[in-house]
Design a protein around this ligand. Structure first.
Ligand code: F6P
Length: 320
């Protein structure tokens, strides 16, 4: 049983991280446990940016995007020396275990901290990419997908008016979940993801044929890891001579007020993670599988690669 825990958000922020941190803090306080907030990711441990939290410190944040704790990607923490220093800083404050909210890189750092310094760790997957192995869901993916669909709806109006090809680039360096989900729900004709090969020659000739038959517009959703939408748009235009426009959505996808799904799921994960950590469990990631909260071994979560749902990809092709 631990008496004092810390909560940290790390890596790219995602909408719903605040709800998760709030749940960790309030669960700990409900259990009579001391809880510290760590600011600006792992760098905040090294730079002593940690403060003891009270209930009111997490008031008025559940509806906000970003993370009230701040986040960072910290190079110093990537070294064993940095992690040893971090462990010493945590001990100085009396923090006995950490609840880490972040994506695969942040969870990898957490796993190393646990293995090398024997600090109890539980993880909560927080990233818009939805690419953490073992969980069907990561905090923020629902809000980001909804942000993308809002943009796609608007782009369809203008694409249809002008009979244009529209190429939209969404986030996802290694994982095409956002592109696939937004592409299916946005009725995209083509969804290009890093996990699947595609042939731009063939796509271009299909687009030309579709236009000849009277198609008013074509929507292509590209995950950033599949290639540059600007280059893809240029190639399609050169090959088809159809007016083509490119939109790179960028960081707009990471912001905004979290959806109900992200708030509720983040709250559930925050509570379960805090309770596990307090009870002395370690090296677990709390996620969702088939609608229920599950715990995943931390090492497994960071060493396995999540596979994009092939069935969903097949469906996208059938419906295009
Ligand atoms: O991992 C989350 C993510 O938003 C990715 O989709 C994207 O590739 C990356 O972070 C962008 O990182 P940064 O904010 O450092 O540019």
């Amino acid at each position: 049983m631990l008496n004092c825990i810390g909560v940290i958000t790390s890596g790219g922020d995602s909408p719903g991280m605040n709800a998760a941190a709030r749940a960790v803090v309030r669960t700990a306080l409900f259990e009579g446990i001391e809880v510290w907030g760590i600011q600006n990711g792992y760098r905040g441990i090294l730079d002593d940016e940690m403060f003891k939290m009270e209930r009111k410190d997490v008031s008025d944040i559940i509806q906000r995007g970003g993370t009230f704790l701040g986040t960072a990607r910290c190079r110093r923490f990537m070294t064993p020396e940095g992690r040893a220093e971090a462990a010493a800083k945590l001990k100085e404050k009396g923090i006995e275990g950490l609840c880490v909210i972040g994506g695969d890189g942040s969870l990898r750092g957490a796993s190393l901290l646990s293995a090398e310094q024997h600090i109890p760790i539980v993880g909560i997957p927080g990233t818009i990419d939805n690419d953490v192995w073992g969980s069907d869901y990561t905090i923020g993916c629902d809000t980001a997908a909804n942000t993308i669909i809002d943009a796609i709806n608007k782009l369809r109006d203008t694409a249809s008016a002008h009979r244009r090809v529209v190429v939209v680039e969404v986030m996802g360096r290694k994982c095409g979940w956002l592109a696939l989900t937004a592409g299916i729900s946005g009725g995209a004709e083509y969804i290009l993801v890093p996990e699947e090969e595609f042939d731009l020659d063939q796509i271009s000739s299909e687009i030309s044929e579709a236009y000849k038959k009277g198609k008013r517009y074509i929507l292509v959703v590209v995950a950033e890891g599949a290639g540059s939408a600007v280059e893809i748009g240029k190639t399609i235009h050169e090959k088809t001579e159809i007016d083509t426009r490119v939109t790179v959505l960028g960081h707009i996808q990471r912001g905004g007020t979290p959806t109900i799904i992200d708030r509720v799921k983040a709250s559930q994960l925050g509570e379960k993670a805090a309770l596990a950590l307090i009870s002395g469990l370690t090296d677990l990631v709390f996620g969702f599988h088939k609608g229920s909260v599950v715990s995943i071994n931390l090492h497994d979560a960071v060493t396995n690669k999540k596979i994009l749902d092939k069935e969903l990809f097949r469906l996208a092709k059938v419906l295009a």
